[in-house]
Design a protein around this ligand. Structure first.
Ligand code: NOJ
Length: 573
């Protein structure tokens, strides 16, 4: 697997408590929580809706579309970073954590957005990007100014007189080198991501206090939680041991879950999180189930849930195996059956489009396979995260030319290959399947120019299928992907068995069909998902004769378990 495919795989809420154990129906272990019952809608602000014609989505644009978001039935929005940033990595390089990026608007716009969301009973989760800052952040400017600056230890420096630093691999650096020499103080600084994203030094208690103050600033404004970017990487072994050759192909093992990570998280929980009723989700879950459990075990008072990337890894193979996919999701479900909680997702801003990645975006199957995948995300145990545009079945744009790409990951890898004399044609071909930009194209509102996203020139090209694939057209069609998405969200919200119910995999070795039951509180639902573009059948002991069909993605859903291409059916048994 190339490192850059690997990168795309990395990019890793407390109310009433019930006395019933969600998993088993016995005594309470995990308890009911609003963040378990929520359906999260992830929105890439740059590409959602532009209000001022500069070609870049913005907060006023989002405000103008809140009724649409509300109509989806989702109750949490996760916004990718909207803080001040020079945009080396589209906002994941923050130069001021307490301000709004100019492209996106003002703090007054933010306050309106939050108010209007809350009026509609939609909660807001923000990205917290504190593995690194921008090199344009005042902290870094101060830190690099002198070896004796009070900010020097906010970052990781290696003084030049010690010689060349122990090698560290970087995700975005053209040379893959995570150390950058800065002649100003004759020292190297660490950047796991781009040169403009220097890593923060979590060993410094003052830095940690700064982060907690930033968190409080936003939480006191009333936001409802944080998605914690690259959090598994924040703690580093600063004795800088030499890693074995080839370690970069197993980067989570070497970079993840460093010394003191859990102490930092427990401190953060004590100082900040425990004081608010919020949702916290870590990007990344380490490399073992124990790593993940240590992050989310409620008794440890760290975070609520984590993303794992094993599912994404399965899909990065061109013809992924459904058996592997089932194995991964079943393993994670059983690991969290008694305590802990995970996120369920098939797409985000670091991944290609869900339907292109996991389904079939050809005209014959785009709608059916999108609906089938939506059924999976919304019927598994774990909080579902749905990525903007997937509710329409938006698909990969598949750029032909490097000039169309905007993502630093693609661009720098391309430059690297050019420098090495590598095969750029094969790389561009691979990017059509894997590039993050596939998942970042503007939301397709209607059939007006630029899909109604902007009246200006969009920062990244709009998918040319927008005249046919857009929200306005789908609004009018009761059988559209959009209206199926709404029905599926409603079904989950109305049936807590889909949130808390015990998951049991059926017909384990069926290579085409994913079949499982969810059971809770005397109810039992069966989910049948044909992941293939051919007919398939499922073998279970269940007599479907008396089963009631709750939802299916064909006008007349299968009543007997013989499934048509990409058919999805949910039965009440
Ligand atoms: C993970 C984010 O999801 C990704 O978009 C970003 O490039 C890296 N972290 C660096 O912040």
């Amino acid at each position: 697997m190339s490192k850059f495919i690997l990168f795309s795989t990395l990019i890793i809420l407390t109310s009433c408590s019930s006395r019933q154990n969600a998993a088993t129906g016995s005594s309470d272990t995990t308890g009911r929580k609003w963040w378990k019952e929520a359906v999260v809608y992830q929105l890439y602000p740059r590409s959602f809706k532009d209000s001022d014609g500069d070609g870049i989505g913005d907060l006023k644009g989002i405000i103008s579309k809140l009724d649409y978001i509300s109509s989806l039935g989702v109750d949490v929005v996760w916004l990718n970073p909207i803080y001040s940033s020079p945009n080396d990595d589209n906002g994941y390089d923050i130069s001021d954590y307490r301000n709004i990026m100019k492209d996106f608007g003002t703090m007054a716009d933010f306050d309106t957005l939050l108010l209007e969301m809350h009026k509609r009973k939609i909660r807001l989760v923000m990205d917290l990007v504190v593995n690194h800052s921008s090199d344009e952040h005042l902290w870094f400017q101060q830190s690099r100014s002198s070896r004796t600056s009070p900010y020097r230890n906010y970052y990781h420096w290696w003084n030049g007189e010690r010689g060349v630093p122990t090698p560290r691999w970087s995700f975005f650096d053209i040379n893959s080198d995570a150390w950058k020499y800065d002649s100003l103080t004759k020292a190297y600084y660490l950047h796991y991501f781009s040169r403009k994203q220097p890593d923060l030094n979590w060993e410094n208690p003052q830095l940690r206090r700064e982060v907690y103050d930033i968190m409080k600033f936003w939480l006191d404004k009333g936001i409802d939680g944080f998605r914690m970017d690259a959090f598994q990487f924040v703690a580093k072994d600063t004795s800088w041991p030499v890693f074995p050759k080839g370690y970069e192909s197993n980067i989570i093992k070497y970079y993840g879950m460093g010394p003191h990570l859990h102490e930092y998280l427990q401190e953060m929980n004590r100082e900040v999180i425990s004081k608010y009723d919020v949702m916290t989700v870590a990007e990344g879950a380490g490399s073992t189930l124990k790593d993940a459990m240590d992050l989310v075990d409620p008794a440890r008072h760290e975070l609520n849930m984590a993303y794992h990337f094993e599912g994404m890894d399965v899909g990065n193979q061109p013809n992924y195996s459904l058996l592997d996919f089932k194995k991964v999701y079943s393993k994670w479900d059983s690991a969290m059956a008694e305590k802990g909680w995970v996120s369920i997702f098939l797409g985000n801003h670091d991944q290609p489009r869900m339907v292109s990645h996991w389904g079939d975006d050809s005209p014959a199957f785009r709608e059916l396979s999108s609906k089938m995948l939506t059924t999976f995300v919304l019927t598994m145990r774990g909080t579902p995260y749905c990525y903007y545009g997937d509710e329409l079945g938006m698909s990969n744009i598949r750029f032909d030319r490097i000039g169309d790409y905007r993502d630093i990951a693609t661009i720098n890898r391309f430059k690297h290959l050019v420098g090495e004399g590598g095969d750029t044609t094969a790389f561009l071909e691979e990017q059509k399947r894997t590039s993050r930009d596939n998942g970042r194209t503007p939301f397709q509102w209607d059939n007006a120019p630029n899909a109604g996203f902007t009246t200006g020139t969009p920062w990244i090209r709009v998918h040319p299928d927008y005249p046919a694939v857009n929200a306005a057209a789908q609004e009018k069609d009761p059988g559209s992907v959009l209206n199926y998405f709404r029905k599926m969200v409603r079904l989950r919200k109305d049936n807590q068995v889909l949130v808390y119910g015990k998951y049991t995999l059926l017909d384990k070795y069926n290579p085409d069909v994913y079949a499982y039951t969810r059971e809770w509180d005397g109810r039992r639902l069966l989910v049948l998902l044909n992941f293939k573009g051919t007919t398939a059948s499922v073998k279970t002991d269940i007599d479907l004769g008396k089963a009631k069909i709750l939802l299916g993605n064909y006008p007349a859903p299968s009543g007997d378990g013989n499934l048509r291409p990409y058919e999805a059916v949910i039965y009440e048994l």
